[in-house]
Write a protein that binds this ligand. Structure first.
Ligand code: NAP
Length: 294
């Protein structure tokens, strides 16, 4: 058996087009501001990609670049100004921040209604309670991929590997809201191969290159690989040993070209959701967390 390959690039392109069309149909030009502190080269690339995708979707986007010497008080001042600016619907502070700045304090300073990364404790709490919330972009992207691939979630046994605040934890909450039976595993879990073999859906978000092996996968299981790592030869790879698992799984995401492209598409979707909610247009487009987790 060879798995169906879930094409994240195609699903992300369709979602970006859908978001642009919905924005145009509501007559709303969402305003997104990305804040970049310092000159980390990887962060600069991520910010450029976000800026370009938002521009292509017709959003009003700008990047606020602050020097690496920026102090916490100055950054909090910038965020306060963006919170107060009615033209700004979404604020994204690119992480990581330079060492002296407390990331938690910065995230908590963002207006939760403009928190398009979904990291503010209010949005985290709402998601945990199964209420409508701005949801972190990568987990939201995973749920979109599962929906686009018509994976049945109700009652399905789903295993999430990794419990980080941006990955595994929100994913487990979204899958729970979608009626899956969820196991959240981590570095202290016992017998991961056995946990995996029981699962109909395996989602790997550990940052450990190729740790999920072919014989961990039940025949026909759906395998979603969130990991973005480099192998010993420096090539991009996921947390799943793809060449082994593709022969066991029913459907699988590749790396690259799986979950990765969904993250920016879901950032655009979050920004549109925030814009519609803030501006009070087409309230019917706001959906509770349960249906936001397709
Ligand atoms: P992280 O903060 O380092 O968290 C990793 C999680 O995996 C932790 O909960 C850790 O367990 C668990 N873990 C580590 N080794 C494990 C093992 N051997 N067995 C079981 N669990 C293990 O990482 P992250 O930020 O969530 O990122 C995870 C991966 O996703 C990375 O490759 C990252 O690059 C990728 N990522 C991709 C996107 C995207 O757009 N596609 C976005 C974000 C992240 P403990 O809690 O017990 O330490």
């Amino acid at each position: 058996m060879s798995a169906r390959i879930i094409d994240g690039r195609a699903v992300a392109a369709a979602l970006r087009a859908e978001v642009a069309a919905r924005a145009a149909a509501t007559g709303c030009t969402p305003g997104l501001v990305v804040v970049l502190v310092g000159d980390d080269p990887a962060s600069a690339v991520y910010v450029r990609n976000k800026d370009r995708a938002a521009r292509e979707a017709g959003f009003a986007v700008r990047t606020v670049r602050l020097p690496a010497t920026t102090g916490e008080a100055a950054l909090l001042g910038t965020i306060a100004a963006l919170n107060a600016d009615p033209a700004v619907d979404g604020i994204l502070v690119q992480l990581p921040l330079p060492g002296a700045i407390r990331t938690g304090a910065v995230i908590e300073a963002i207006d939760p209604a403009k928190d398009v990364d979904g990291f503010h404790p209010l949005n985290v709490g709402r998601l945990a309670r199964g209420e409508a919330a701005l949801v972190p972009c990568t987990p939201r992207g995973v749920m979109r991929l599962l929906a686009a691939s018509e994976v049945a979630l109700r009652g399905a046994r789903a295993l999430v590997l990794g419990r980080s605040a941006i990955g595994g934890r929100p994913l487990a909450a979204l899958l729970t809201a979608a009626d899956a039976t969820v196991t959240l595993a981590h570095s202290q879990s016992r017998d991961l191969p056995a946990e995996c073999r029981r699962a109909e859906i395996v989602i790997a978000a550990t940052g450990r290159a190729g740790m999920v092996r072919g014989d961990w996968i039940a025949p026909g299981a759906v395998v979603i690989d969130v990991g973005i790592n480099r192998d010993a030869e420096g090539r991009l790879c996921g947390d799943v040993a793809y060449a082994e698992c593709v022969g066991h799984a029913g459907a699988i995401t590749p790396v690259p070209g799986g979950v990765g492209p969904m993250t920016i598409a879901c950032l655009l979707e979050n920004t549109l959701v925030a814009a519609i909610a803030r501006r009070g247009v087409q309230k019917s487009e706001q959906r509770p967390a349960r249906s936001q987790s397709p």
